[in-house]
Design a protein around this ligand. Structure first.
Ligand code: ADP
Length: 273
């Protein structure tokens, strides 16, 4: 594995300060697997309360962006900031150095993630799934955790199913419980990786409306990867189209999907729409 001993970090801030600090910033981020460059000097800001969706061809680096935010991947160069703090690096004697495992664990608590395949604990009820993390990781009492979990299950329209196990729930219902479970950890940023891909078309709107409500009413910052362009159009404030580990074009859903400016975007969209 390549280490960043030689990376010149002097150009990067120890933390972002000022009026318009983005909730997420990828600053000149490069990620390689061997000789394969997966993210190529990526610059991406997501404002607080913004819903940004990444679309693009398979292999263009979309999931890698989420995995890097989850600190599941190392970084080759550049810095990622979350809420103004470097995610991948930490301050030591007034300088930025690569983050150690303890720092990564701490910082990971700012990020919640939902996946295509829900990944609920099968032996626990909907409520049980939502209290486990807050009790084990945040140290909440059972009563506190249950109060919060019930509010969140209510928010996603699943309070009535609190005592059901995942096997008794539909895909859309399981995904809504998974969203409540992620929110129970009080993340600053929520990541969604193909959360509607495993769902039947008729239940996609259940999940879409829950996510849109979270953005509109709770000012959560969200970054989503999807290949379902209709879902992206309905839910996003901004869509970024990735090619070869870079943003090829970005804009509001109307701008990007109805009036794409560059040729590669037009070709991609005409193939998938
Ligand atoms: P996308 O989500 O846009 O389909 P990914 O971010 O999953 O793309 O992957 C980008 C590229 O990185 C792909 O070519 C993929 O094969 C490669 N890749 C992803 N993870 C690994 C890994 N752990 N080792 C080697 N190559 C990987």
């Amino acid at each position: 594995m390549k280490h960043d001993k030689g990376q010149d970090l002097t150009q990067y801030a120890l933390r972002l300060e000022g009026d318009n600090v983005p909730m997420v910033r990828f600053q000149n981020v490069t990620k390689k697997y061997g000789s394969l460059v997966v993210l190529d000097g990526l610059n991406l800001d997501v404002a607080e309360g913004e819903m940004v969706t990444i679309i693009g061809p398979s292999g263009s680096g979309k999931t890698t962006v989420l995995r890097m935010l989850m600190t599941l991947e190392t970084i080759d160069s550049g810095v990622i900031y979350v809420d103004g703090e470097p995610l991948t690096h930490m301050e030591k004697n007034g300088r930025l150095v690569r983050a150690n495992a303890a720092h990564l664990r701490l910082i990971r608590s700012k990020i919640g993630m939902c996946f295509q395949h829900f990944n609920l604990f099968p032996h626990m009820t909907a409520l049980g799934n939502c209290i486990e993390g807050p009790m084990q990781v945040l140290g909440l009492s059972k009563q506190e955790a249950e109060e919060r979990a019930l509010e969140l299950l209510d928010l996603v329209g699943m309070a009535e199913k609190r005592d059901q196990h995942p096997s008794r729930l539909s895909g859309g219902q399981q995904q809504r419980v998974a969203i409540a479970r992620a929110l129970a950890m009080r993340p600053k940023v929520m990541l969604f990786d193909e959360v509607t891909s495993a769902l039947d078309p008729e239940v996609i709107s259940e999940v879409t409306s829950v996510i849109r409500r979270l953005v509109d009413q709770h000012n959560l910052t969200m970054l989503m990867v999807t290949h379902q362009i209709g879902f992206a159009r309905e839910i996003s404030d901004r869509i970024c189209l990735f090619f070869d580990g870079k943003i090829e074009e970005q804009g509001s859903p109307e701008m990007l999907l109805d009036n794409p400016q560059n040729e590669r975007t037009q070709q991609f969209l005409s193939a998938v729409l």
